[in-house]
Design a protein around this ligand. Structure first.
Ligand code: IPM
Ligand code: MN
Length: 368
């Protein structure tokens, strides 16, 4: 299979971890006879420095031509005081909108030997395995007007959704539940917000189309509580943009480290942008200590969702599990009796596993 991948390293540790993903993908290409070509473009703070804008046209054009996009992270203290249109985050929001990547999938699953690092009791968090399906191109993030008024003494943000925007993400939620354990939690604030009332109506209308899915409605405040008191309750959560942003950060710590969590942002035709849930971590950037796992697992999601290469995605996931099982870990994981490694070594261990796995398969199929 021949695919062209655009890499957007962005800022901070984004540059280091994107390099890891590329190494892993090159190993997969070599071992499984694919041809992946790469092209790197700027986004976020790096793009502000080089082009004076967080999202240059050339970056958008390259992404539109690509088969898939991998993004590291954006942001850093250097640009924190910039006016809003010149903040690195604008680059990320802009590329999501420009590519119409409305469905953000954030799977959260604990690695069993890291559960003790979770802030929750091991018996509460053990067995949790959920997927947050977050609407990504609407709601408060994009509604207009969004501005200061009255000489800066009043503000307005707008929470707007169309029926079509809600329907397509709710469908994604139901479909994801069908492929998992058949349970969907729709999260809203229908006791207060008009947008949530329409959301809830649409979920109710849709459920007849998915008789194999059990669906419930949970208010966002209650959902936030349940995520930490009873995380194993959840299978798939579908929710609007801002609620999904907040709940996914909350859910991410269940597993012990934000450094482990991948995400996929998709549109209908399969084009996707894949990025770790973690940010640019400016405090550790350039030190070679960043955990590359979330980025590497994001590359695995790319193989699965954009290229339908499920076996190749699985081998990457197995590689991560096996390296962790062997006790190797980066500094963000509070493992006391393992071996501390940096970004480059962690990546190499994962690459070596992928190579050894394929070699042993070949021996088996070639000789027996
Ligand atoms: C995320 C991030 C972004 C968001 C920021 C960086 C704009 O927090 O991907 O969750 O709010 O969507
Ligand atoms: Mn977020």
């Amino acid at each position: 299979m021949k695919k062209h991948i655009v890499l957007l390293p962005g800022d901070g540790i984004g540059k280091e971890v994107i390099h890891s993903a590329r190494e892993v993908l090159s190993a997969v290409a070599e071992e499984y006879n694919h041809s992946f070509s790469f092209e790197t473009h700027e986004i976020g703070g790096a793009a502000i420095d080089q082009y004076g804008t967080p999202l240059p046209e050339s970056t958008v054009d390259a992404c539109k031509q690509a088969d898939a996009v991998l993004l590291g992270a954006v942001g850093g203290p250097k640009w924190d005081q910039n006016p809003s249109h010149l903040r690195p985050e604008r680059g990320l929001l802009g590329i999501r909108k420009a590519l119409d990547l409305y469905a953000n999938l954030r799977p959260i699953k604990g690695f069993k030997n890291l559960l003790h690092a979770s802030p929750l009791k091991e018996e509460v968090v053990s067995g949790s395995d959920l997927l947050i399906v977050r609407e990504l191109t609407g709601g408060l993030y994009f509604g207009t007007p969004s501005e200061r008024r009255d000489n800066g003494n009043a503000v307005v943000d707008t929470l707007a959704y169309t029926r079509k925007e809600i329907e397509r993400i709710v469908d994604k939620g139901f479909q994801a539940a069908q492929q998992r354990r058949g349970h969907l939690t729709s999260v809203d604030k229908a006791n207060v917000l008009e947008s949530s009332k329409l959301w809830r109506e649409i979920v109710e209308e849709k459920k007849a189309q998915y008789p194999d899915v059990a669906v419930e409605h949970v208010l966002v405040d209650a959902a936030a509580m349940k995520l930490i008191t009873n995380p194993t309750h959840f299978d798939v959560i579908v929710t609007e943009n801002l609620f999904g942003d907040i709940l996914s950060d909350e859910a991410s710590v269940l597993t012990g480290s934000l450094g482990m969590l991948p995400s996929a942002s998709l549109r209908e035709d399969g084009l996707g942008l894949y990025e770790p849930v973690h940010g640019s971590a400016p405090d550790i950037a350039g030190k070679g200590v960043a955990n590359p796992v979330a980025m590497i697992l994001s590359a695995a999601l790319m193989l699965r969702y954009s290229f339908q290469l499920d076996d190749e995605a699985k081998v990457i996931e197995e590689a991560v599990q096996s390296v962790l099982d062997a006790g190797f870990h980066t500094g963000d994981l509070q493992v006391t009796d393992g071996r501390l490694v940096g970004t480059v070594e962690m990546t190499k261990l994962i690459v070596d596993y992928i190579k050894s796995q394929n070699a042993s398969k070949c021996i088996a199929s070639c000789y027996f």
